[in-house]
Design a protein around this ligand. Sequence first.
Ligand code: DQA
Length: 147
Amino acid sequence: MPHPIYIINGPNLNLLGQRQPEIYGAQTLSDIEVMCVAHAKTLGYDIVFSQSNIEGEIVNALQDGGANGAAIIINPAAYTHTSVALYDAIKSIDVPVIEVHLSQPHAREDFRHTSYVSAAAKATISGMGARSYILGLDAAAHVLSNS
Ligand code: DQA
C-alpha cells in the first residue's frame, strides 16, 4: 500500500449538516469522510482524515501529511482567506497539496476572493459541494500517477 492521502479540514467544518446547509449542503463531515474512504479505496489509497478549529493544529496536520502522506487534500475553511501560516506550511512540504471548497468562494463575499492557500497549492477545486472532495482525490491520484 502506498502512503495514505491526508484530508485536512479547517474551522467550523465539524458543523457541516447543520451549518448554512443552503451553502454547504446537508451532508455531515462524517458523511464526507465515508465517501472519501470509499473513493480513495478505488484509487488504491488509504485516508487519514482530520478536522480542527485551531490554526496551529492544521499546520501540524500539514507537516504530518508532508512527512507521512502521499498527498494532501485541504479544505482550510476560513483560514483560506487569512493564514500566512498555512501558506508557509504548504510551501515547506514536498507532497502535492490540493485545495478544496464546498462552495465557490469567488461567487461570495469579497473577503473570500483571496486565498493564501491557492498561492501555494497544486490545484483548487471549489463549488461542487461534497463532490469537491472526490474530485480532489481524483486530482491527487492523477498528480501522483504522473510523479
Ligand atoms: C469553505 C469556504 C470558506 O470561505 C468558508 O470560510 C468555509 C468553507 C467551503 O468549503 O466552501 O468555512 O472553505
